[in-house]
Write a protein that binds this ligand. Structure first.
Ligand code: UDP
Ligand code: MG
Length: 330
């Protein structure tokens, strides 16, 4: 990218020569799809290079502990083409870990992450690169339709985005993991040391110039989804608990509300008792029941507030991010 330190490098300079591109593709048991994916993506980025949209490219496949022939096929393909790179995990560490490893190894000026099943049409990369040329550092691929999805998938997915929003997690509606990120973002991303990873929450929170590109998501070309309901729920929970202390705070809010109501109930119980309308023993049972229920829940909430603070601290996320520096000597 632009090595020379000009005062107004607001627009990413690809006029002379396009950026080098790293395509990152996580693969878990993608044997039926991987060859077709590779030929379509390779051919496409080849034409980008010929047209000068990009200067060079690499395709990084991350094999996430596949149990089928994925790795074998990838190795075959890589011997024929030295622009294909493979990172192979020792086991199944999950989609987010695979994406992270690929992005950490990306050597290009920009990186685009793509699913191995071609549900995210690679042709959309051209629009992403155009946004990059206009100055964007992060370009989100946003789905314009969900017609391909079953009613169930659509409903669960849309509820997921709404729930995240309510919990105060900053996610881009209908954006999954199809996105372009530029070199400065890639470098910064290396400082995110958290083990529980939810990339869709991390990138929108990083700042930089963000843009999005709409696309319609296709059907999986072959094989079946690696995200059954169980994994989808776990993923949603991960997203919420990685970015929001709201569930912890809920204990305090409920506890406090409970305590306030309990005070009224105690007053009412005592009045009933004094008026002589109560059965013997009733007041002495219900008063502590109301009162201590509220107090206990409230203090669990207080504990939760501190646990939440500790949780946020141990992540060691960067406190700020510098996009660029001018006239500094490193
Ligand atoms: N994937 C992965 N590790 C996993 C699960 C999935 O690397 O444990 C990859 C998978 O090979 C694909 C992408 O993540 O490239 C998205 O998975 P999938 O297409 O099955 O999810 P869906 O599109 O059905 O939500
Ligand atoms: Mg898919």
């Amino acid at each position: 990218m632009n090595e020379d330190k000009k005062m107004e490098p607001k627009v990413n300079d690809i006029t002379k020569r396009g950026p080098s591109l790293s395509v990152v593709i996580p693969c878990y048991n993608e044997e039926p799809a991987i060859r077709e994916t590779n030929s379509r993506v390779s051919a496409l980025v080849g034409t980008y290079a010929e047209r000068g949209i990009i200067s060079d490219y690499e395709i990084i496949y991350v094999n996430d502990g596949s149990k089928d022939a994925t790795l074998k096929i990838l190795k075959e393909l890589a011997t024929e083409n030295d622009k294909l790179r493979i990172i192979s995990f020792s086991g199944n560490f999950g989609h987010q870990a695979a994406l992270t490893a690929g992005l950490h190894h990306a050597g290009g000026d920009v990186a685009v992450s793509l699913d191995a099943d071609l549900q995210d049409p690679p042709e959309v990369m051209e629009a992403m690169l155009a946004k990059y040329a206009e100055g964007a550092d992060i370009v989100f691929g946003v789905r314009s339709n969900r017609e391909q999805d079953t009613f169930f998938k659509r409903f669960t997915a849309e509820s997921f985005y709404k729930l995240m929003h309510v919990m105060g997690v900053n996610v881009v509606y209908n954006h999954a993991d199809f996105r372009l990120i530029s070199r400065p973002v890639l470098d910064e991303f290396k400082h995110y040391g958290e083990i529980n990873r939810f990339l869709r929450g991390i990138f929108p929170s990083m700042g930089f110039v963000q843009a999005s590109v709409e696309y319609s998501r296709d059907k999986r070309i072959a094989g079946e989804t690696k995200y059954p309901l169980r994994k989808m729920l776990a993923f949603a929970l991960e997203g919420i608990t990685s970015f929001s202390n709201f569930p912890l705070r809920l204990a305090f809010i409920l506890g406090f509300a409970n305590f306030v109501v309990a005070l009224f109930l105690v007053a009412w119980t005592l009045m009933t008792k004094l008026k002589g309308n109560a059965i013997p023993g009733w007041a002495s049972i219900v008063v502590p029941l109301y009162l201590f229920g509220g107090i206990q829940l409230m203090f669990i909430g207080v504990l939760a507030e501190y646990v939440g603070k500790i949780y946020m601290e141990v992540k060691h996320r960067p406190i700020f991010t510098i996009r660029e520096k001018v006239n500094f000597r490193d």
